[in-house]
Design a protein around this ligand. Structure first.
Ligand code: CTP
Length: 410
């Protein structure tokens, strides 16, 4: 399985209209090219008031185009040439004025002209608006956004927060990393379109007293990668996360919990509203039977305290036992005998699919190797049994799950 850059081979026309957010577009070019895309920058007159073509040319390694009257184009038709072999046009920042021009089908400068002249069925248009909050909230802007959306444009964002003008509110352009995540997601196959996917991730923390507890080394990375991959595949994703330090993938709704019982209380009712449930969480099997209200102190007699433990509810087994369960995928983190232990879990919890991995080898790392175990047999991901990064594996696993649920409903 190759760890190809996410945008390898993609040709992106990046349009900049006028706005202070142009400074973020320099970073966006770097991220897009690092992700493997070739980027052709187009700038309006207004954009050049905020950032120079020299900066954008140096970062994109391509001549920046700024005018439809550019004699360097042999046929003098930059507006046609630019979109014919592009995989997408991304306008970031898209100003209120640019969006108004697009809504009306105007073609007063090269950027609006090339958006209008693009082959609409094979060159998608992605817009990252950036403007003052009053401009964003204005009925004219909202009307124009509705029009460009219904004409097929995808509107990315917007963000909320401090604005260059000193005001606070909606209208900020998304950060470059957020735009990259959305652009990468846009190009992924939509194998789970219309499906709702519920995922548990990370460790749980079982308190002993107000400052101590039992937990484990799960980082949550595999579950978070799966949440991102499922959202990229078009699913509506709910992520129930134990205590981890990971950013929420774009477009995923996240519920934070601490203990196994809290994870159970959130997950079980939610499971009925989802078509797929993936249990990646390393749920503590036991918790202290009683929680000490105050910090347990050394008593001076050098006697270590002892704890009685009680078993936590099994979230996955309970979801799988629902009268109409979602398609349930379990994870098995083992230290040896992966296939046998994974199969035992498949049968014990009555699951259609268990994904095995060697726990100590993967906890906290960015790569992993998976073994898919179902009633028919076993399959390695990657197929050659080597390791791959967790997002690549997550996308492959999401594709496998999509194939299995579509076979089931076919
Ligand atoms: N799981 C769960 N709730 C629990 C325990 C586990 O949902 N209370 C889920 C995990 O998210 C994972 C799978 O069940 O998908 C792991 O199964 P389990 O039998 O608990 O694994 P281990 O704890 O590793 O079991 P064993 O100690 O028998 O190896």
């Amino acid at each position: 399985m190759s760890d190809r850059p996410d945008l390898a081979g993609k040709r992106i026309v990046l349009g900049l209209s006028g706005g202070i957010a142009c400074y973020k577009s320099a970073e966006l070019v770097r991220l897009l090219t690092k992700a493997g895309a070739s980027v052709q920058v187009v700038m309006t007159e207004a954009a050049m008031q905020f950032i120079t073509p020299v900066t954008m040319q140096a970062l994109s390694n391509q001549r920046v185009v700024t005018s439809q009257w550019d004699a360097a184009e042999p046929n003098n038709m930059a507006h046609i040439n630019l979109s014919r072999d592009a995989d997408a046009i991304v306008v970031a920042p898209a100003s209120a004025d640019l969006i108004a021009q697009l809504a009306q089908g105007r073609a007063g400068d090269l950027l609006s002209l090339l958006c209008l002249a693009r082959p609409i069925e094979r060159c998608p248009l992605l817009l990252a608006p950036a403007m003052n909050r009053e401009m964003w909230a204005h009925p004219a802007t909202q009307r124009n956004l509705a029009t460009v959306r219904s004409d097929g444009a995808l509107v990315l964002g917007v963000g909320s927060g401090d604005q260059a003008c000193g005001e606070v509110g909606d209208g900020r352009m998304l950060e470059p990393v957020e735009l990259l995540e959305d652009i990468v997601a846009f190009f992924q196959p939509k194998a789970l379109a219309g499906q709702r996917v519920l995922i548990t991730a990370g460790p749980t923390f079982e308190p002993i007293d107000p400052v101590r507890g039992i937990t484990n080394l799960s980082s949550g990375k595999m579950g978070f990668a799966l949440a991102r991959a499922a959202r990229e595949a078009g699913a509506q994703v709910t992520l129930v996360a134990g205590p981890v330090h990971l950013p929420t993938p774009r477009g995923v709704s996240r519920i934070d919990v601490r203990t196994a019982q809290q994870m159970f209380d959130v997950t079980l009712p939610a499971a009925q509203r989802h078509e797929v449930f993936i249990a990646t969480a390393a749920v503590a099997d036991w918790r202290p039977a009683s929680l000490s209200e105050h910090k347990i102190k050394k008593d001076g007699k050098k006697l270590a305290p002892t704890f009685e433990l009680t078993e936590n509810p099994d979230i996955l087994a309970s979801v799988a036992a629902l009268p109409q369960p979602p398609y349930c995928v379990g994870f098995a983190a083992e230290s040896e005998n992966l296939a046998a232990h994974a199969r035992a879990k498949l049968e014990r919890k009555r699951l259609p699919l268990v994904v095995g991995n060697l726990g100590p080898a993967t906890f906290g790392r960015d790569d992993n190797a998976l073994l898919l175990v179902d009633a028919h047999g076993e399959q390695s991901l990657p197929a050659d049994g080597s390791a791959a990064d967790k997002l690549t594996l997550a996308r492959a696993l999401v594709a496998e799950i999509a194939r299995r649920i579509s076979n089931r409903t076919a």
